[in-house]
Design a protein around this ligand. Structure first.
Ligand code: 2HG
Ligand code: ZN
Length: 476
């Protein structure tokens, strides 16, 4: 069981980093104590900002010996409180922000090695400088860090073509709970040498070890892209269109994002600089992007033809193809601003869930009915990565309703949504992780044997329970 650090231990921990790389005053540690959504507010006696894997190893050696709990901290964009210390004031925070070098870009091998504290946007830029693409793409990419993307197995808007963070990893460097370093930073596509140890730490949210660097896959930069915003009358039509496009363009379909009318309306209303490119009012909107490294592919012609045929068959109500980069960016701004619009609109209850793509229409229909029954103060705003089967089945408070009554529905809504998702063969966390927010639900709903294996792994790798306690797994 972790225990509060003594003054002597705190002094040793401070000495493990350079002067100026630790913080302990109330004002300085404050930004590390609350999560992005302000769901939790914790306390800590110390924030450390190491600059090297050796310093992280030194910190973990001390924490292991003294049984001090460690909360890894990246860009603080977790939606599940995954990087926030608890209220006890005994957990120390290890911020990865100063471990942020791009160690190596190997253009010929289509790979790069970056440290955990690099922002996702920084990693993308390093790849682009070498005329390569690092394809993970998220609204929070300017702030979110690679270590957090790995620890939550982040998704985003290009999963359809390139996969989630786990699919983009060739190797990892991880500091274990006792300070040993797993140096598995190989940049190989083929490596069948026993268990896939690195995989354990991806999606583990810092509960098994602290990721310090990763070797990541790179791809050719798309030289031809086509982006369209399409108006449709139902989610089923969205799937029909996606299937049609995949039939015509295969893996070149890189994004398929679904938004209901209310999400578009809110975004246009609340977020400065967002305009609805479609003057036609539709029940649903689909943002489609195709990309190819071949500049002569003429994806715009292909997408135009497919949309025209779909419209002639009654599957598409209206569509606009971006005729410039600026227009494509405006369409993406519309989509990526939906979370901000929901924030500006007022309180919301979020469910980041996934189902098989074929079950998306059933999820929307049944989920909407459930929410209408259980939360009369709420409006359903279900949007997201339909091509991946992942919806953000969010509920926004209706203007003029009682806030306490609305937020009081959170638990009942979550239970009902998760029951529905389970009945459709889905997942209660598609891309945002478990953190503290969903740890109890995971314990309730995970396959018991799978959960047992998770606890076995936790005990084996973190016998003293010092790695991000209370996240992912509830103590047992
Ligand atoms: C997105 O897809 C993000 O925009 C955020 O995953 C979703 O705010 C949300 O619920
Ligand atoms: Zn998302």
């Amino acid at each position: 069981m972790p225990r509060p650090p003594s003054p002597a231990t705190l002094a040793q921990l401070k000495a493990a980093v350079a002067p100026g790389d630790w913080l302990d005053s109330a004002g300085d540690v404050a930004p590390y104590l609350s999560d992005f959504r302000h769901l939790y507010r914790g306390a800590t006696p110390l924030v450390l900002r190491p600059r090297s894997v050796e310093q992280v190893a030194g910190i973990m050696t001390i924490c292991h010996r003294e049984e001090v709990a460690v909360v890894p901290h990246g860009g603080n964009t977790s939606y599940c409180g995954g990087a926030t210390p608890d209220e006890s004031g005994s957990q120390i925070v290890v911020s990865m922000q100063r471990l942020n070098r791009v160690r190596h870009v190997d253009a010929a091998n289509y790979s790069m090695i970056v440290e955990a504290g690099c922002t996702l946007a920084g990693a993308q830029a390093a790849a682009r400088d070498a005329n390569r693409l690092f394809p993970l793409s998220l609204g929070s990419e300017g702030t979110a860090q690679i270590g957090g993307n790995l620890s939550t197995n982040a998704g985003g808007t290009a999963v359809l073509r390139y996969g989630m963070m786990r699919d983009l990893v060739l190797g990892l460097e991880v500091v274990l709970a006792d300070g040993q370093v797993v140096s598995a930073l190989k940049s190989l596509r083929k490596d069948n040498t026993g268990y896939d140890v690195k995989s354990l730490f991806i999606g583990a949210e810092g509960t098994l070890g602290l990721i310090t660097a990763a070797s990541l896959k790179l791809f050719p930069v798309p030289a031809d892209t086509a982006t369209a915003l399409v108006g449709i009358d139902s989610p089923g039509r969205a799937l029909e269109l996606l299937a049609r496009l995949r039939g015509a363009a295969g893996d070149q379909v890189s994004s398929c994002e679904l938004m209901p009318r209310i999400a578009v309306q809110m975004t246009v209303q609340y977020v400065p600089g967002v305009a609805n490119p479609l003057d036609f009012d539709c029940a649903w909107y689909l943002l489609i992007e195709l990309g190819s490294p071949n500049p002569h592919q003429n994806l715009t012609a292909l997408l135009t033809r497919e949309l025209e045929e779909a419209a002639a068959a009654g599957a598409v109500q209206d569509a606009m193809l971006a005729s410039s980069l600026a227009q494509a960016q405006a369409m993406w701004k519309l989509r990526e601003s939906v979370p901000e619009a929901q924030r500006r609109h007022g309180a919301s209850i979020k469910h980041d869930v996934s189902v098989p793509v074929s079950a998306i229409p059933a999820l929307i229909e049944r989920g909407t009915t459930l929410i209408e029954q259980l939360a009369p103060e709420g409006d359903v705003v279900s949007y997201g990565h339909a091509g991946d089967g992942n919806l953000h089945f969010n509920v926004s408070q209706k203007p003029g309703t009682d806030l306490a009554a609305f937020t009081g529905r959170t638990h009942a809504l979550e239970r009902a949504m998760f029951d529905l998702v389970e009945s459709l063969g889905g997942s209660i966390s598609a891309e945002h992780g478990i953190g503290r927010l969903k740890a109890a639900e995971l314990a309730r709903r995970a396959d018991p044997v799978e959960l047992h294996v998770m606890h076995l792994l936790k005990k084996a790798l973190d016998p003293k329970g010092i790695m991000n306690p209370g996240k992912v797994l509830c103590a047992n």
